[in-house]
Design a protein around this ligand. Structure first.
Ligand code: ARG
Ligand code: ZN
Length: 881
């Protein structure tokens, strides 16, 4: 483990390298514990730089086994080397020269899963962001681009497969039962996109013909025997390739595209040029073992990594501060892809739910940072929902501000102008300014100002003048390092709904810029006045979640109900239902906390049941509505002094009331929504399953709930229904024999399938209530718990700390102490995993005082540790500040 040095990297310090890298030639002699790497790097000194400047190469836990310049030994006084740096002096002033670096590394001992490591007997790499420097000394930064030639030599029996980036050059047998393969990637790339995989894997093959008629070989590698489970990923890949051609005119650019699924991986997946490496959870699926959510994730992540080929690889980032340039943009592209493959409105609801659940708390707490940060201590800690999801929302807003056609033109300018570049956010924005003729200076604040803007709204109708006015005021709260904020350009989708359900169109607008169905809030406070409005309209604002903001708009329940019934935009209907439900849930929480009996909520319940039973609405939408705001949503809405037990009890009470009032509806949904025929993962079938399972969940609050759930569990033919039934049993009836039986049967049936076992762990880790901590501790002793596997750790410990408010935040603070111990145990082995788990504490200050004190004490325990990774040190210090 690299321990923290306290060093902070600043965007303002960026400068190009003194040396230009022309070519990279790597030879790997693979061995589980002593892999030898010979790196031959051709450099020349950049014109106009200091002719005496030394060459500085990055390393991480490396030791140097050989160093040559132009194939000659180099005297010791010409270089200095440590595990982290190789500095070479007295290099040629103007001619290119070759540096040969030899290192020997131990993949088997690499528990951080950065650089070259082993997973289930397979060699694999992860180099983003700074893993390449764990393989060889190198200018390991994204603005150093070169073509790579790779030779891999390994034992043939154990590693029949030898893969790297680019096109296959050739291979053959070598001495002592070994063989070799050579690969060449003609597209200059930074080191973070390098990949190597070697081992014995099964393959699924297909081909794709690009729009200009090139045939691309497609290969997905998985463990032997799992080939049938890669079919859906292959299908998603082909659809992604087609979509990027149709929507953005982007064609694939090598003759082969490969994906490898591995079981030990720190993140979701990685877009290495021509050789994506995936967490197998985002590749493997079949009806028996994958849920609808798994299928949707696979489709989205396969697309995401493929889309990086243009947004990330052909055009990469100048430095890591520009991470959103590739990530925000690529998330936007994968969101659009999924929306086109599925129901756009339901997809949007899911996106916004995720954004609010993950990014809004980040932006409201101690880890808040701009989409384009200006300083970091550990770059791995900036692969955040702010960079990814808010970054995507910012891209979406550019499209909203410019219109879809001009946005597309701007993207064309970007691809045209920056192909082959390591670019910046400024470069990106400039393309849209040039394509549109618009000044995007104020808009760019979205990249630079952290925090979720709050827009307060009030409206007035004047029948005498037939005008309707909308007054808006924006504020952005202070965030770490940014006490004062400028007013932002907030594009607000809107509609004025009339009594008969039609949309009013104004004859005039005063007070600000309105384009089509978008109102542009650019001042701190602004009043828009619409003329020619014959009767008082209902304002539907921030339609489609056009801007990632919080709205403070006290709309009457009559107006909200009008939106629920008449808005053509389904997303806006869902938003209105949420706005109806949240105050009710908050009021009930206060009642519980203060020992009062919560009042019955007939109006909300009637509305929800009306939507649930409305067969004209798509089932997936109705399921989203029935899900109600989560406990975390309620906590976020309170913002401070949170008591997770009160929130849980209040929400459960309302769910039970809905169940009672809606018994007939839920019975009907449960019996009528059975899909006929074989399982298919398409969105419509998934939507029916979602609604039916929502009904099952409500029915569990009525007499015979456990029996019904146990029957449902016993009679399913797909993993979605199995998981839903098992979740109902475990979460609603944790102590009952039905639950113990179902958990036991599930384990017995799926104990050989790691991805399904993860679900078994996660369901138990999220059982509400204080006693789940003991269960989690016991499960860590279960022989199926594998502490070295990140998926398993996330499924048990991560599910507990991120998704179990009453269990993790139990009143005595034991949950936090448990997390602190786990962080200290995991950090020396896998700092990235530890740091990510620790972010589950990011909202500790919004807890009620006694829990907050326990949380602070646990964080201080971590902070006191003498040796922490940079990853954990960075998070713990920022969280505590
Ligand atoms: N670029 C990858 C993706 O989003 C993720 C890499 C994450 N790297 C990290 N160090 N956390 O597709
Ligand atoms: Zn990405």
């Amino acid at each position: 483990m690299r321990t923290d040095t306290g060093q902070i990297i600043h965007l303002a310090d960026y400068r190009p390298t003194d040396f230009v890298l022309e070519r990279v030639d790597l030879t790997f002699e693979l061995d589980p514990t002593a892999t030898k790497i010979e790196a031959r790097l051709i450099f020349h000194r950049r014109e106009g730089t200091d002719p005496t400047a030394p060459l500085i190469l990055d390393g991480d836990e490396l030791s140097l086994s050989g160093l040559l310049i132009d194939q000659n030994e180099i005297p010791a006084e010409r270089y200095d080397v440590t595990a982290e740096k190789l500095v070479i002096r007295d290099l040629p002033e103007s001619t290119p020269f070759e540096v040969t670096v030899i290192t020997i590394i131990n993949p088997e001992a690499n528990t951080q899963l950065m650089g070259l490591y082993r997973t289930n007997g397979v060699y694999c790499t992860q180099c983003e962001a700074e893993g390449f420097r764990r393989i060889t000394y190198f200018p390991d930064r994204p603005d150093v681009l070169a073509p790579y030639t790779i030779t891999i030599i390994a034992d043939k029996a154990a590693n029949p497969l030898l893969l790297s980036n680019g096109n296959f050059l050739g291979g053959g047998n070598y001495d002592e039962g070994r063989h070799f393969a050579a690969w060449f990637d003609p597209h200059p790339k930074p080191s973070y996109l390098f990949a190597l995989v070697a081992g014995d894997l099964g393959v699924v093959e297909d081909t794709f013909e690009t729009m200009s008629g090139n045939e691309v070989a497609l290969k997905i590698y998985v463990e032997h025997g799992k080939e049938p489970r890669a079919a859906y990923a292959m299908d998603a890949l082909k659809r992604s390739m087609k979509w990027d051609e149709e929507r953005f005119g982007r064609e694939y650019d090598l003759n082969i595209f490969q994906i490898v699924a591995v079981s030990d991986f720190n993140m979701g997946a990685m877009e290495n040029k021509g050789l994506n490496v995936f967490n197998d959870k985002y590749v493997l699926a079949d009806p028996e073992t994958a849920t609808d959510q798994d299928y949707a994730n696979i489709e989205a992540i396969i697309a995401h990594e493929y889309f990086h080929n243009w947004t990330g690889n052909r055009i990469t980032c100048r430095d890591w501060f520009q991470l959103c340039l590739k990530e925000g943009l690529t998330v936007f592209r994968d969101h659009e892809f999924s929306a086109d493959q599925r129901s756009r409105a339901v997809k949007r609801i899911a996106e916004v739910r995720h954004l609010k659940a993950e990014q809004f708390p980040e932006d409201a707490g101690p880890l808040a940072h701009p989409v384009r940060p200006t300083a970091y201590r550990e770059i791995n800690n900036f692969y955040t929902t702010t960079v990814y999801e808010k970054g995507s929302e910012v891209t979406r807003m550019i499209q909203t501000v410019l219109g879809r056609d001009t946005f597309k033109k701007g993207m064309d300018v970007y691809f045209e102008r920056h192909d082959g570049d390591a670019a910046t956010v400024e470069d990106f924005v400039k393309c849209f300014e040039d394509a549109s003729g618009k000044d995007l200076k104020q808009f760019s604040l979205w990249y630079h100002q952290a925090g979720t803007p709050l827009v307060s709204v009030s409206t007035a109708y004047d029948s005498a003048s037939q005008t309707f006015s909308v007054s808006l005021e924006q504020t952005v709260q202070a965030t770490p390092g940014q006490p004062n904020k400028e007013p932002m350009h907030i594009p607000l989708g809107f509609a004025l709904l009339l009594d008969n359900g039609s949309l009013a169109s104004a004859s005039s607008v005063k007070g600000g810029d309105v384009t089509g169905e978008v109102l542009h809030l650019t001042e701190r406070a602004q009043t828009f006045t619409f003329g020619g409005i014959g009767s008082r309209p209902v304002l539907s604002l921030n339609r489609g979640f056009s801007a990632p903001i919080n709205l403070h708009f006290e709309q009457s329940s009559t107006d909200l109900l009008h939106i629920v019934r008449h808005e053509p935009d389904l997303f806006a209907r869902w938003q209105a239902l949420t706005d109806l439900a949240l105050p009710v849930l908050m009021k009930a929480t206060r009642d519980v906390r203060d020992g009062r009996q919560p009042e019955p909520q007939a109006e909300l319940i009637a509305t929800l049941l009306e939507v649930a039973a409305d067969d004209t609405l798509e089932p997936a939408f109705r399921a989203q509505v029935l899900a109600l705001p989560s406990e975390a949503d309620i906590a976020r809405e309170f913002g401070s002094n949170n008591d997770p037990d009160a929130i849980h009890a209040a929400r459960q009470g309302i769910l039970a009331d809905i169940a009672k009032a809606g018994q007939a509806t839920f019975e009907t949904l449960f019996t009528s929504l059975v899909n006929e025929g074989d399982f298919t993962p398409d969105a419509a079938s998934a939507g029916r399953r979602a609604l039916r399972n929502a009904a099952l969940s409500y029915l569990s609050y009525l007499d015979g709930g456990a029996t019904r759930a146990a029957e449902a569990f016993a009679s399913t033919n797909n993993m979605t229904d199995t998981i839903q039934a098992l979740t109902v049993l475990a979460h609603r009836f944790p102590g009952q024999s039905e639950t113990a039986n179902a958990l036991g049967a599930f384990l017995k049936r799926f104990q050989d399938n790691a991805l399904v076992l993860d679900k078994w762990f996660a369901i138990q880790a999220t059982i509400p209530g204080a006693s789940t901590l003991a269960r989690v501790k016991a499960l860590m002793e279960d022989p199926h718990f594998v502490a070295s596997n990140p998926n398993r750790v996330r499924s048990l410990i991560g599910s507990f700390t991120f998704s179990n408010p009453t269990g993790f935040s139990r009143a005595d603070g034991e949950g936090y102490r448990f997390l602190a111990q786990q962080i200290l145990a995991i950090d020396p082995k896998n700092p990235q995993l530890a740091a990510r788990l620790l972010t589950s504490m990011r909202s500790w200050r919004s807890l009620e005082p006694s829990r907050a004190a326990h949380a602070e004490a646990a964080l201080s325990e971590i902070d006191k540790a003498l040796s922490l990774s940079t990853d954990v040190r960075d998070i713990v210090e920022r969280i505590l500040k």
